[in-house]
Design a protein. Structure first.
Lengths: 233, 233
């Protein structure tokens, strides 16, 4: 069955969060604490991503956006790296650093190409404004913004995948979840969606990244341009 | 305070629903029933818009999308015009006619211009796929699609305006509701949003349309290009 719409994981799959967050942290904090491994700082902040969302997924707290979760987890990361006396203003700017990430090199042209024959939407745990800022910065044109704020929950909860399929108006089999993370693809596949894995061997810098799916996937691609070529066939 | 984001009513304000629906109805039904005033057919169908949405707003039925509501109200309109034996397939195509409406002449260029300095999103009672189809057909570029499906309710319920302000991330005063309908502007203003009225004297064809706001509005414009000029000052 032909693919009619693509929904994208964003952090890791479309944008390089590790370098961007490290760059912003170094810029804002290096005078206060020289010599920090800012990539490791990024990793530590990202490590708080799943536990912070889990409080929403479990129903422990009502839905709040990712800026709010990142702001809450930032204090622990600063403490871990021994960075003290950071102003609220600087903390807010560090959170805004997640809005200033760069897309992986081939993404812009691949998105432009994919949009000719498919509807496109991010399906991220990032909220609407975060997705808008990343799309504008990297000149990515989407048809809609779906995901956490649209569904007021966080992946991999079923609502995000099911709401996205309904909103785009095709069958699950015609709707392709695109991600560099096998767990995201597994959740999508469990609801009948088609899946595409994108290799991102540098997502975690020296820590690597997924080079191939660890679960069955409809497509496995070296990058987004490769996926666009496979879909053209 | 500067306007940072614009949210748009769509049917009547950005697109000419009456001509488009009449064109599709004539195309699909004229052999079956010659001589119908297809503009009046459009009006009669549009007349069912508010009562059909009221069943959702009141909580009588869970949220369903506008295609579903239009499909339900179509049968009564066909009966009213004495048009019989219309197949389900034709009825589905008539509902799809709402996805094939043309923008008013100045809209595309005005949207392009407004997007340079503002975030833009439809805030319509139409659902995501309906907005995508209208945006693609008329080459309108939005940053997000907000409105009925994002909030699972229908204007003028408060959630639609409040959810849109939150999603775009500015204050209500920085968020401008743009509509050709004073009741939409009044609802937005009650939540602190800025408002812009667009004159659409031909919205209802010979039945006219609002040429000026009947409620206080932050801006009153002759068309969307005029609003773009006023916001540039």
């Amino acid at each position: 069955m032909a693919i009619r719409a693509l929904i994208f994981n964003v952090f890791g799959t479309l944008v390089d969060w590790r370098s961007g967050v490290a760059r912003e942290a170094e810029r804002r904090l290096q005078k206060r604490k020289p010599g920090v491994d800012w990539g490791a700082f990024s990793d530590a902040w990202r490590d708080q991503y799943q536990p912070s969302m889990e409080r929403v997924r479990s129903g422990e707290t009502p839905w709040v956006d990712l800026d709010t979760l990142q702001r809450e987890s930032l204090d622990g990361v600063l403490t871990k790296f021994g960075i003290e006396d950071v102003s609220d203003e600087t903390k807010a700017k560090l959170v805004q650093g997640w809005h200033k990430l760069d897309a992986w090199p081939e993404v812009r042209e691949a998105v432009r190409s994919l949009r000719k024959h498919h509807l496109l939407a991010p399906l991220s745990n990032g909220h609407v404004r975060l997705m808008i800022d990343l799309a504008r910065r990297n000149r990515l044109r989407f048809d809609a913004i779906l995901g956490a704020e649209f569904s007021r929950d966080y992946k991999p909860k079923p609502a995000l995948y099911l709401d996205a399929v309904r909103a785009l108006g095709f069958t699950p089999q015609e709707t392709l979840m695109v991600a560099a993370h096998s767990n995201d693809l597994a959740a999508a596949a469990s609801h009948g969606l088609a899946t595409a894995h994108i290799a991102r061997p540098r997502e975690y810098g020296p820590g690597g990244g997924e080079t191939a799916p660890s679960v069955p996937a409809t497509f496995a691609a070296a990058d987004l341009a490769d996926l666009a070529r496979q879909l053209e066939v």
